[in-house]
Write a protein that binds this ligand. Structure first.
Ligand SMILES: *Cc1c(COP(=O)(O)O)cnc(C)c1O
Length: 470
């Protein structure tokens, strides 16, 4: 392929990309074609001969587009999904262009140094101890894993055991203490780390899904030996925070390592008006959070933040004779992977593009929109908001006049209808034993008008199901 041909394909993709993004608000918020049909559309045997980039790009766009979800759309409220904002996306193209294998500071000074810079910015924005180390990982799942690996090594080291060298066989048992509604990916991390998912000590929670401080205290009181406590900043259904001010001193007094899963909630600390929600979070020992949720970086992007950088490095260090050493911060020393994408560029770009005020305004703006959504939905007589809307999450229960099972079934049908109609996208969950609609306001481009339109769509879908089945 000539340089000209390459340039013309890239230009075409750039034009397509701009149009695709601009078209997001007007497009249906549901994939037109489901998984089985997409397999069909994309499948077939390996071609005998290679195709031109131009032809394969045309083919891919044509075939893939109908199966795409509107995750950058302004009325997409499913799961907790950032909208991959333009600055991050644009710089992500540069990241691909430069193709830096981001393991070692000498091998790639730019991609490595930008992580150190962006890491300091993150600590500043989230107001976490500035001496902490930051590993640039794929997301909160691996951030939690990385932090808990540091925790595992350090609590055992204090008990006289070198886990990095000796493994877990014969090691003093580690107690893991967490809330009854810890995020499912925390259990994945425990599974990967050999700490087990069912030998945990579960702490009773309140209505918002947060650990009760006195239950935490009681659970910790009788434990002896190494302890890792895992708390949450931002419950996936309620957005609420564990009571850090109360639990952090208890953890400290027991010599426990306190880790915080703050995939999206940690970002409340970037906004002055919301920061009090996360008060005391800074007393913990490690924090996992996402870039691709509230910071709107492109996928994939998460941060493993550890106060004790030696513990972090001991857990992740790659010792290889072909890697130049020195005193620099080597990206690979703080994450599980050696070869990987230069994730620092996208983070740097998003912080640079929003600025401190922009991040704060976006986070508080989304929370105001979530309250607006809650108010609109609650205006329907038999719709109830189950959580206190302190952050960006709204847990919606429909059919308060029906008995529980009937309400649950109708709510599921309403969710299916909302998704089918495509005006907006919401997901569901079972919470407190009830089927709920989950609304997560976190995409960069959502406006008040989008909220009103979506609230009307949700209410209309609910009314339709109620009328059909009620
Ligand atoms: C999203 C989320 C995770 C997992 O993050 P990924 O980016 O999907 O790896 C973990 N904990 C909480 C609270 C989350 O919201």
């Amino acid at each position: 392929m000539t340089q000209n041909d390459f340039a013309s394909v890239l230009t075409r993709i750039a034009e397509y990309a701009a149009a695709y993004r601009a078209g997001a608000p007007a497009r249906s918020h549901r994939p037109e074609i489901g998984y089985a049909d997409m397999l069909e559309r994309l499948g077939g045997a390996i071609p005998e001969r290679g195709a031109s980039i131009d032809a394969l790009v045309t083919e891919l766009i044509e075939r893939a587009e109908p199966g795409l979800a509107a995750m950058t759309g302004p009325r997409f409220f499913g799961w907790v999904i950032g909208a991959s904002a333009p600055a991050g996306m644009a710089v992500d193209w540069l990241t691909s262009t430069w193709a830096q294998n981001t393991g070692n500071a000498h091998a790639t000074p730019s991609a490595s140094a930008i992580e150190e810079v962006a890491g300091q910015w993150l600590l500043d924005l989230l107001d976490l101890p500035r001496e902490s180390s930051v590993g640039f990982v794929t997301g909160a799942t691996i951030a939690n894993f990385t932090c808990l690996a540091a925790a595992r090594g350090e609590v055992l080291r204090r008990a006289g055991w070198d886990c990095e060298a000796q493994g877990l066989f014969g090691a003093p048992p580690i107690h893991v203490v967490l809330g009854e509604e810890a995020h499912s990916t925390v259990f994945s991390a425990l599974k990967y780390l050999g700490l087990g998912t069912s030998r945990v000590v579960s702490v009773a929670i309140n209505r918002e899904g947060c650990m009760r401080a006195e239950a935490f205290e009681a659970a910790m009181r009788n434990l002896d030996g190494p302890i890792i406590a895992i708390a949450q900043a931002g419950h996936i259904n309620s957005g609420a925070f564990d009571p850090f001010i109360e639990i952090a001193p208890i953890a400290k007094q027991k010599g426990a390592w306190l880790h915080v899963d703050g995939a999206f909630g940690l970002w409340a600390r970037a906004s002055r008006e919301l920061a009090s929600l996360g008060a005391g979070v800074e007393l913990a020992d490690s924090w996992g959070t996402d870039g691709h949720k509230w910071l709107q970086t492109p996928y994939d992007s998460g941060y493993a933040i550890v106060r004790d950088r030696d513990a972090h490095r001991r857990a992740m260090l790659i010792a290889a004779s072909y890697l130049p050493e020195g005193n620099e911060r080597h990206p690979a020393d703080y994450v599980p992977e050696l070869s990987r994408r230069a994730r620092g560029f996208g983070t740097w770009a998003m912080i640079k593009s929003l600025g401190r005020t922009g991040v704060a305004d976006m986070v508080s703006g989304h929370c105001a929109l979530a309250r607006r959504m809650a108010d609109r939905l609650a205006s329907e007589g038999d719709i109830e908001i189950m959580n206190e809307v302190v952050l960006n999450q709204v847990a919606v229960r429909c059919g308060t006049d029906f008995d529980g099972e009937r309400a649950d079934a109708l709510t599921q049908r309403a969710i299916a209808r909302i998704q089918r109609e495509g005006e907006c996208f919401v997901g569901g969950a079972v919470w407190g034993g009830r089927q709920i609609i989950r609304v997560s306001v976190i995409g960069a481009g959502t406006t008040e008008a989008d909220i009103d339109r979506s609230a009307s769509a949700v209410i209309a879908a609910w009314r339709a199901e109620r009328a059909l089945n009620g």
